[in-house]
Structures are given as structure tokens and as C-alpha cells.
Design a protein. Structure first.
Length: 309
């Protein structure tokens, strides 16, 4: 059966651990394995702006021995010029995997339904699972190993309705973490996603919760995460969003409430003076640049794991 990675809980807890172990192995040895030797091609489709995703997947596929086939979504016009189903049938006969950074989650799901190769979510409006794999791997790397993840306390400060909040809920619960989302009342996570995360957490010993006070969320936590207040597609809401999230900035004062060895993560791009201060982003608790590097290792790991199923 073809396996896809469309959202964080497409991996069971045991499978997520296997992928994270692979990611850490690729960190130790970037030439650890080359399952796309040949080279086999991987289609990299980008409908949204990209830097880290394009770089890390392109480099990653090449280091796996494959050929990264970059496809500009503006030129391809998937779902406009040609249906998603027809596109899938064309690509599936020529590539070994499809990586897609797009808008609605339903677009990705339709691609997966019509193709016989793995499809990987490189970001949708609903989820960003490759980022959370990278986050978990980078946290494990600086905290001494994967054993640090079960029971770990992670607070996400910001837009609780965006793709990062949803993926922290699902991915964190899968890893057995205690995930708290601190967000204004008008920016709550999707009810169905939260319920799925709750169910996962019961099985893994983790927990998920939502609060509306950042100071409550970060008290004693091991990891503080944040993201831009203005996600792609919400630019017209910038003024309203900056007002709503004014009290949800990750500052030095807020970090003082976390545990003494707490680390800060941010998926980037970061807007200093908005969701995070420059002092925190560039400070000693920040592992943001390790986290960005781990996009490479985690994505090599998920691609290798999927094609070997």
C-alpha cells in the first residue's frame, strides 16, 4: 500500500519515532543513505512562496541520490489549466514521489487519491507536518535524544487557527508531548483537529490544551514556539491581526517564566518586533537555525521512509 504524509497523524507514534531516528542519523551523516540513486525523480510543486522548503527538499532529494524536479505552480496552474486528478496521473508515471506546497488541504488529498507514489505535504493552509518533524528532531538533538520528547512541555504562542498550531497539536501529541496553544479567543484551533489531537494524546501520555494568556502557557515549559501573526493568504487582515496578537509576543520577559533550559523555536520567516523580539530570536535560548537545518534531515528521512514502505 502506498503511504502518504499529508498531515502529522499519518504517522503512528512508533512510525514517527522511526522517521525522527532517521533524521538524527542524517544529521550525523548526510550521506547515510541514497534510496533515490539512479537517479529517481521527485516532483517538487510550489504554489506558494518558498525558500527553506524549496532549498531543503531540493538539496535533500539530491543527497538521497535523486533528481529534484522543480515545478512552478504559477506556470503549471494545477486545478485550473488541468485537473488535479489528471496531473497526478501524469506525474505518477514519471516520478518516484510528489512533494506539494499548496493552499487547501483538499488539493493535496485529491493528488494522493489519484497517484501510486507517495505524496508529501510541504505546507497547506491546514498543516505543516514536515516543519514539525524538523522541530521535534531539532529539540531531540539539543535535549539529548528522542527520549526527551515524551512528557516534554511545549507552548505555542500566536495564531491558534493556523497550520503550525494544528501540526504542533497533532505532531506533538503523537510524540507524547504536552502541547499548550496560547491564542486570542477569535483564533482557536479547528475543533476536529483539536479532538483528533486529544484522542492521540490519551494514547501517548501527552496532552493538548488551549489558553488565552501567554504567561500561563509558558510557565515552566521546555520549549516555546511561535510563528508569524500574518500567514500567507491573510495579508489583508494584517492591521486587525497585529492588534489581536499584541500581547502574544515572545519576549525576554516571557521566556523568563519558562524553565531555565527552555529553548525557542520559530518556523521562519520571523518578523522581529512582532511575534518575537530580536533579542530572543538571536539569543542563547534560540535553536531556530538548528531547526531550519533540520528541515533538510527530517525531509530526507520522511522521503526515505515512505518509499521503503
Amino acid at each position: 500500500m502506498i503511504r502518504h504524509f499529508l498531515r502529522d497523524d499519518d504517522l503512528s507514534p512508533a512510525e514517527q519515532r522511526e522517521v525522527l531516528e532517521l533524521a538524527l542519523e542524517f544529521k550525523r551523516n548526510r550521506a547515510y543513505a541514497r534510496p533515490f540513486e539512479g537517479p529517481k525523480s521527485v516532483a517538487l510543486l510550489f504554489d506558494k512562496p518558498t525558500l527553506r522548503t524549496q532549498v531543503s527538499f531540493s538539496v535533500g532529494v539530491a543527497e538521497l541520490g535523486g533528481y529534484p524536479l522543480l515545478i512552478d505552480g504559477n506556470l503549471a496552474q494545477i486545478g485550473v489549466r488541468e485537473s488535479i486528478a489528471d496531473t497526478a496521473k501524469v506525474l505518477g508515471r514519471q516520478v518516484s514521489a510528489i512533494v506539494w506546497r499548496t493552499f487547501e488541504q483538499s488539493r493535496l488529498e485529491e493528488m494522493a487519491e489519484n497517484v501510486d507514489v507517495p505524496v508529501v505535504n510541504a505546507l497547506t493552509d491546514a498543516f505543516h507536518p514536515c516543519q514539525v518533524l524538523a522541530d521535534l528532531a531539532s529539540i531531540a538533538y539539543v535535549k539529548g535524544g528522542l527520549e526527551a520528547l515524551p512528557g516534554l512541555k511545549l507552548a505555542y504562542i500566536g495564531d491558534g487557527a493556523n497550520n503550525m498550531a494544528h501540526s504542533y497539536l497533532l505532531g506533538g501529541a503523537t510524540a507524547g508531548c504536552h502541547v499548550t496553544i496560547a491564542t486570542p479567543t477569535d483564533y482557536l484551533p479547528d475543533d476536529t483537529v483539536f479532538a483528533d489531537a486529544e484522542e492521540l494524546a490519551v494514547r501517548t501520555g501527552g496532552s493538548v490544551s488551549v489558553v488565552h494568556d501567554p504567561t500561563e502557557a509558558v510557565a515552566g515549559v521546555d520549549v516555546v514556539a511561535t510563528d508569524t501573526w500574518v500567514s500567507m493568504g491573510t495579508e489583508r487582515e494584517r492591521v486587525d491581526r497585529e492588534k489581536a496578537f499584541k500581547g502574544f509576543q515572545v519576549t525576554e520577559e516571557l521566556m523568563a517564566l519558562a524553565s531555565a533550559d527552555a529553548v525557542v523555536i520559530h518556523c521562519l520567516p520571523a518578523y522581529r518586533g512582532k511575534e518575537i523580539t530580536a533579542g530572543v530570536l538571536e539569543g542563547p535560548q534560540s535553536i531556530v537555525w538548528d531547526e531550519a537545518e533540520f528541515r533538510l534531515h527530517a525531509q530526507k528521512a520522511i522521503l526515505m521512509w515512505l518509499v521503503e514502505q
